[in-house]
Design a protein around this ligand. Structure first.
Ligand code: HPA
Ligand code: ZN
Length: 346
């Protein structure tokens, strides 16, 4: 990748649509919060914790990710974590972020749902006021738990309905198909919540199909295994169902061996509305711009792809039509200016 293209993907305005806030907890903040809250960690130092980040698959990551989240106890902890992410996102020229959180990871430890969401929401408000970054929250149900437990979480969430825009489905995918959550997603749809689900990361393409047909989700998180099913690939392209792809995550969790093998360009060529996101940036080696750079370095992507990816991130967001128009205008203006530099014409 030439320097100009690198500068373009860094500087271009963009949205992030697949980020787990607990996955943005840097080891330094984990240790700071552990000290503040007198939580014992099974790691002696930041370095030792970082050395444990050698994952072999999704489950090996999730075990460490849930251990890291155990230091979060007070409203201020959730505020600090969310503020740190938003500051980092702002530096990567993120205009808008739709942020996942896993309430069950916290309520299972005795932390009130209200503590979690109030701290995060206050950070969103402050970041908007100070840095102009827009962000909203998406509540994820843990799919290794039961649908009944998801319903209980939804009940706890309803008094805070104004503080989140939708629900998603995350955690261990294999053996926990989307249809396990058919009734709770139907209830969420009635409540007017936006719906998304992780599908086709480690699980089969059939999980993408049931996420669409049974859960009625509006976006698929990951979804990279759709290419194993030609009919599904064509459907995603025809319907313009966006995929929130997370390239560094896919390498760290061994969905692909190396970035050269990633299917992101094939997905784009198939006409699918692909976006690039960071998933769990503190664990997978980088924030959204690191993901853009690693992908553009490994694959023959051009400035036109950069523009398409930036536009897709806004179009696939849950922003109101007017906000989308405004942000798409900012992206077009950005590319109209940099398009005149001969070095970027590829
Ligand atoms: N997949 C499933 N669950 C998750 C992930 C992921 O990539 N990150 C955090 N929880
Ligand atoms: Zn994810």
């Amino acid at each position: 990748m030439n320097t100009t293209l690198r500068e373009i993907v860094q500087a271009m305005p963009k949205a992030e649509l697949h980020i787990h806030i607990e996955g943005s907890l840097e080891p330094e903040l984990i240790f700071e919060l552990a000290g503040r809250n007198r939580v014992d960690l099974p790691y002696k130092s930041v370095e030792e914790l970082r050395r444990a980040y050698a994952f072999t698959d999704l489950q090996s990551f999730l075990d460490i990710y849930y251990a890291g989240a155990s230091v979060l106890l007070t409203e201020q902890d959730f505020y600090d974590m969310t503020r740190a992410y938003l500051e980092r996102a702002k530096a990567d020229n993120v205009l808008h972020a739709e942020i996942f959180f896993d309430p069950q990871t916290h309520t299972a430890r005795g932390v009130e749902f209200g503590t979690v969401i109030t701290g995060m929401h206050r950070a969103l408000r402050d970041a908007h006021a100070q840095w102009g970054i827009s962000a909203s929250l998406i509540l994820c149900f843990l799919r290794h738990l039961s649908e009944e437990e998801a319903f209980e979480t939804l009940e706890q969430a309803l008094p805070y309905r104004d503080k989140f825009i939708g629900v998603g489905l995350d955690s261990s995918e294999r053996g926990h198909p989307p249809e396990k959550f058919a009734r709770v997603f139907a209830r969420c749809k009635e409540l007017g919540l936006h719906l998304v689900a992780h599908a086709g990361e480690e699980g089969p393409p059939a999980y993408i199909t049931t996420a669409l047909d049974v859960l009625h989700v509006e976006r698929i998180d990951h979804g990279v295994r759709c290419l194993e099913d030609r009919g599904l690939t064509e459907r995603l392209a025809r319907q313009q169902t966006a995929l929130t792809v997370c390239p560094l995550s896919n390498i760290k969790l061994r969905v692909f061996d190396q970035m050269h093998d990633h299917n992101l360009l094939t997905l784009l060529d198939a006409g699918i509305a692909v976006t690039i996101n960071s998933d769990d940036p503190a664990y997978f080696g980088g924030y959204i711009n690191d993901n853009f750079i690693a992908t553009f370095e490994a694959l023959p992507l051009t400035v036109d792809h950069a523009r398409q990816l930036a536009r897709n991130s806004i179009s696939a967001s849950f922003l109101a039509p007017r906000a989308k128009e405004k942000y798409l205008g900012e992206i077009d203006a950005f590319f109209a200016n940099c398009g005149t530099a001969p070095a970027v014409a590829q």
